[in-house]
Design a protein around this ligand. Structure first.
Ligand SMILES: [Zn+2]
Ligand SMILES: [Zn+2]
Length: 141
């Protein structure tokens, strides 16, 4: 019986992420605390996010392209708190998703399910943004 084939390990590709260029973001990511964690309100979701003010604002703006509803950033826990119990617990956890945002980063705290929900909204927003830019270029030429 042949041993099961192991996937080829590529240590150099995955071992380390390049450092975030923005030092304010780096500081916020290194120690998410009450001062550095904000709350992204996107439609019915409330997710704790960490990063510097500028890059979180960019992150919010891109996510906002995917909704006609609300896309807000709060510096403090919103009234009513975080509705998802797993997000509430995992704010203190170790699993985080880092989303690169032009020269900086936003780190999604919250539960894995909602991290990926918001991450895909950001991707969708990025596509919308690129399309708008392309349209604008066509319009100008
Ligand atoms: Zn930053
Ligand atoms: Zn959640």
């Amino acid at each position: 019986m042949a041993p099961p084939e192991r996937p080829t390990a590529r240590p150099d590709a995955t071992a380390e992420q390049p450092p975030v260029p923005c030092s304010d973001c780096r500081a916020a990511l290194a120690s998410p605390s009450r001062e550095t964690v904000s709350f992204l309100l996107l439609d019915q979701f409330t997710l704790p996010v960490a990063g510097c003010e500028d890059h979180l604002e960019q992150f919010r703006a891109v996510c906002g392209l995917t909704t006609s509803g609300r896309a807000r950033l709060l510096a403090h826990l919103p009234a009513g708190g975080i509705t998802c119990p797993s997000c509430r617990l995992s704010s203190h956890g170790t699993r985080r998703a880092m989303i690169p945002v032009d020269g900086g980063a936003a780190v999604l705290l919250g539960c894995p399910e909602h991290q990926s929900t918001i991450a895909s909204r950001f991707q969708a927003g990025r596509e919308t943004q690129n399309r708008l830019c392309a349209d604008f270029e066509t319009f100008r030429s």
